[in-house]
Design a protein around this ligand. Structure first.
Ligand SMILES: NC(=O)c1ccc[n+]([C@@H]2O[C@H](COP(=O)([O-])OP(=O)(O)OC[C@H]3O[C@@H](n4cnc5c(N)ncnc54)[C@H](OP(=O)(O)O)[C@@H]3O)[C@@H](O)[C@H]2O)c1
Length: 328
């Protein structure tokens, strides 16, 4: 039984691009359990872009927020015997104690499905793609769907679901390797937004009749231009705006109100946690698609919690293709 764990504390709120001095990796003594408590050990930890904006309201010198795959290694709670697999939101730590209240157990996984998928395509990011596309935009066969951040954890699942639903899918990503990956997944059109000199012209070339559904992972100027290219009756799912997360000042972009009115557009933001009561519905369907080979899963793995800060910042430089995870 280990006696010490490792954890990352947030010691300074991020200002601009996250700096290693904003966080501290420390060793800590594992707690003695009280009646009703369990001790969990992380197997995989998740790094996600939301940690950048959401940590702005975290107290300093507390463990950085996040979800993980963990195993109960000591138990004084009969509902969580030793060996139980869980999906706690206990943050960037190798070990954590819990009373089991509000603790998610890992759903039973079909043979051959790795546990790490439960914090990716069969977990938070997959569920985000599922409801953010299907519930918010209701895509129809034959419609044109544009996905930004398409080679990332949420984006690749959005594109694959849109293909399953019979749509024509356009994906944008930041490198040629990512474009190759998207083509392998069956995206109809792909382009590198970093080397596209005129985004408006590119969208007009790839979607001459306009875009029916835009799934926005990036916000900023990209989203503004995409919305100007929507068809009448188009729907926009506002999932995230990673292009703005490290900016020091709020961006003032050209107003969208004209095109919203002219083209009868519907734009809706969402937070995946609003779907917590329907989580199982999404994970069941996503798991079925994975089993049928219709939904492919890609992970970008980093070894060791000591490298977790680096893996986090790499989300903002685009080093990851697929879901970024840490093997503890
Ligand atoms: N609403 C919700 O409940 C919810 C839940 C989960 C995630 N999200 C949001 O969904 C988006 C994607 O999250 P994810 O977990 O799937 O992350 P991800 O796409 O796996 O990783 C981030 C990717 O964003 C791209 N990126 C980084 N900086 C960028 C910039 N300035 N402009 C354009 N692209 C940039 C990079 O890819 P490139 O190489 O292509 O640039 C990078 O690989 C984020 O905005 C996140 O906050 C929202």
């Amino acid at each position: 039984m280990p006696t010490k764990g490792k954890r990352w504390l947030l010691v300074k709120h991020f200002d601009g691009f996250p700096k290693e001095s904003d966080m501290r990796l420390e060793e800590f003594d594992l707690p003695e359990l009280k009646d009703g408590e369990i001790l969990m050990e992380a197997e995989y930890l998740s790094v996600d872009p939301y940690m950048r904006p959401y940590s702005a309201t975290s107290s300093l010198n507390t463990v950085m927020i996040g979800q993980q795959v963990a195993k109960v290694i000591e138990s004084r709670n009969e509902d969580f015997p030793v060996g139980t697999w869980t999906l706690p939101f206990t943050g960037w730590t190798t070990h954590s104690a819990s009373t089991g209240k509000d603790l998610m157990k890992m759903p039973p996984l079909p043979e051959g499905i790795p546990r790490s998928y439960t914090i990716g395509s069969l977990g938070m990011t997959g569920v985000t793609a599922y409801f953010g596309l299907l519930d918010i935009t209701d895509p129809k066969p034959g419609e044109t769907v544009l996905v930004s951040g398409a080679a990332g954890a949420v984006g690749n699942v959005v594109g694959q679901i849109a293909k399953i639903k019979g749509c024509r899918v356009i994906g944008s990503a930041g490198s040629e390797e990512k474009l190759e990956y998207l083509k392998e997944l069956g995206f109809d059109e792909v382009f590198n937004y970093k080397t596209t000199p005129n985004l408006d012209a590119k969208l007009k070339e790839l979607a001459p009749d306009g875009i029916d559904v835009y799934f926005d992972n990036v916000g900023g100027e990209f989203a503004t231009t995409a919305v100007q290219n929507m068809k009448i009756g188009g729907r926009i799912s506002c999932c995230g705006s990673i292009s703005a997360y490290n900016l020091k000042e709020t961006q003032l972009l050209p107003a969208l109100f004209g095109v919203m009115v002219r083209n009868h557009l519907k734009m809706q933001g969402f937070n995946v946690m609003q779907y917590i009561t329907r989580w199982k519905e999404a994970v069941t369907q996503l798991g079925k698609w994975v089993g049928e080979g219709k939904l492919k899963v890609k992970e970008h793995r980093t070894d060791g919690i000591k490298n977790m800060f680096k893996a986090f910042t790499e989300l903002f430089t685009g080093a990851n293709t697929g879901k970024a995870i840490i093997k503890a």
